[in-house]
Design a protein around this ligand. Structure first.
Ligand code: ADP
Ligand code: MG
Ligand code: ZN
Length: 442
């Protein structure tokens, strides 16, 4: 079987090998088709292939649920460029194209291999009959739910529409279901399995610990010149002064558009070309900045969190957070965009207690607003607050940063061996906290 799989991998995707043993194992189980599967692997690990390869090898059609039209578009374009019959039905699709697709799906032997839809579409009246028809004719090979953490109220990206998927799954008995995500603490994993009504799924969960990432936290307000400090960090991370020709790049995350503009401007002034990326830019400029960064013409992109979903670049040598992430799970995902090639990379937070207070205020205000609308406190609201508190503790505690992350995700304590500031120099971490405490009481 392995040779047949490898053959198909080469023929359809042009890859000589599986990216990892896990990827191969998942594909094997999926192709067998008798089990539901839960996959939790880091971004960039090649989760899509886990359903795409089985999909092209199967007789029928694979239904893929993905949360964003932009993500879907990227995947569909990519598959089309490989000559794989893929398409998407979504609210933006012209009526003519939609009826062509529905006609193919209604035919006795549809040409389509992968059909991507958003969770909102699942419940749509135009799509329902089509789906039921496919299922009753035995033409559905697999149901793949990408970014499956969105189903959980405990997750950092909860999408109410994902809750409809459990019911969908219930109506497709006999169709093997795959749930895929990059970040899922234990409680979220359990939620996903339960909400999607997976039947004793086989789980493939990569440990969260990544030894090539070095984590540290710098208190921004203790610095005489924060921008210069960031600049020095970038220089070191990209080895700009060592004359090496290793082409690396990096990401600085900021919470606000103004923040992005300021940091990008300051860095460029200091001598490293940095460009902003945020929703306030004209779409053309935003795409251009992203492309320039992808191509290595711009070394540093200074972005709001809208940047990164679906961005896959191997040589990201650092991810710096100028502001806190909204949860520890988000932070793990955002910082995890560093070092996908396995080479040593740095993840740094420029922590500011003032900034923390502001975010704390905003998060609690948002939660209060939602509760007022609904009249009751929901699990998701509590999660927003506890997840942010976990992010703050990560910065303000004297403990191994990797251990904190692993513990948060329910993994056992990893052997950090100096891959974080605390393990490298606990005294320095304590000294910084003490200086910050003095500053606060002033
Ligand atoms: P994930 O969804 O886990 O974040 P993707 O499915 O988007 O990851 O894949 C990340 C990248 O890895 C893509 O560019 C994909 O083409 C590539 N990839 C996947 N499988 C392989 C493989 N077996 N060999 C080489 N590259 C692969
Ligand atoms: Mg993916
Ligand atoms: Zn450590």
């Amino acid at each position: 079987m392995t040779t047949a799989l490898k053959q198909a991998l080469k023929t359809h995707f042009g890859f000589d090998n599986f990216r990892s043993k896990v990827q191969e194992d998942v594909v094997k189980v999926v192709v067998k088709g008798d089990r539901d599967v839960f996959v939790c692997m880091p971004t960039g690990a090649g989760k899509s292939l886990c359903y795409q390869l089985p999909a092209v090898m199967a007789e029928g059609i694979t239904l893929v649920i993905s949360p964003l039209i932009a993500l879907i578009q990227d995947q569909v374009d990519h598959l089309k460029s490989l000559n794989i019959a893929a398409c998407s039905i979504n609210s933006k699709l012209p009526a003519g194209e939609r009826s062509l697709i529905l006609a193919d799906l209604g035919s006795s032997s549809p040409k389509l291999k992968l059909l991507y839809i958003t969770p909102e579409m699942v419940a749509s009246p135009t799509f329902q009959p089509c789906l039921t028809g496919l299922c009753s004719r035995g033409l559905l090979s697999y149901l793949a739910v990408d970014e499956a953490h969105c189903v959980s109220q405990w997750g950092h990206d909860f999408r109410p529409d994902y809750l409809k998927l459990g019911e969908l799954r219930g109506r497709l008995p006999g169709v093997p279901c795959l749930a895929l995500t990059a970040t899922a603490p234990k409680n979220v994993q359990e939620d996903v399995v339960q909400s999607l009504r997976l039947r004793s799924p086989l789980s493939f969960v990569t440990p969260v610990f990544r030894s090539n990432l070095h984590y540290d936290v710098i208190f921004r307000e203790l610095l005489p010149n924060p921008y210069l400090h960031l600049y020095a960090f970038i220089q070191k991370s990209l080895a700009l002064d060592s004359g090496s020709n290793r082409q690396g790049c990096g990401i600085v995350y900021c919470r606000t558009r103004d923040g992005c503009e300021t940091v990008a401007h300051q860095l460029t002034k200091l001598g490293v070309l940095a460009k902003p990326y945020h929703a306030g830019l004209r779409p053309g400029d935003r795409t251009e900045h992203q492309n320039e960064w992808m191509q290595g013409k711009v070394l540093v992109i200074v972005a709001t969190i809208s940047f990164g979903m679906g961005v896959d670049k191997a040589s990201v040598r650092f991810v710096a957070h100028w502001n806190l992430a909204k949860s520890l799970a988000s932070y793990y995902q955002e910082s995890g965009r560093a070092g996908r090639d396995g080479l040593p990379s740095s993840c740094r937070i420029y922590y500011s207690p003032k900034d923390k207070e502001q975010m704390n205020f905003l998060i609690r205000k948002e939660v209060g607003r939602r509760q007022e609308k609904r009249g009751s406190a929901k699990e998701a609201d509590k999660a927003a607050i506890t997840d942010f508190d976990a992010m703050v503790s990560f910065c303000a505690q004297e403990a191994c940063r990797h251990a904190t992350i692993s513990k948060f995700f329910g993994d056992k304590t990893p052997s950090c061996a100096g891959s974080c500031d605390f393990c490298r120099n606990p005294k320095a971490v304590r000294a910084q906290l003490e200086r910050a405490a003095v500053l606060c009481t002033k």
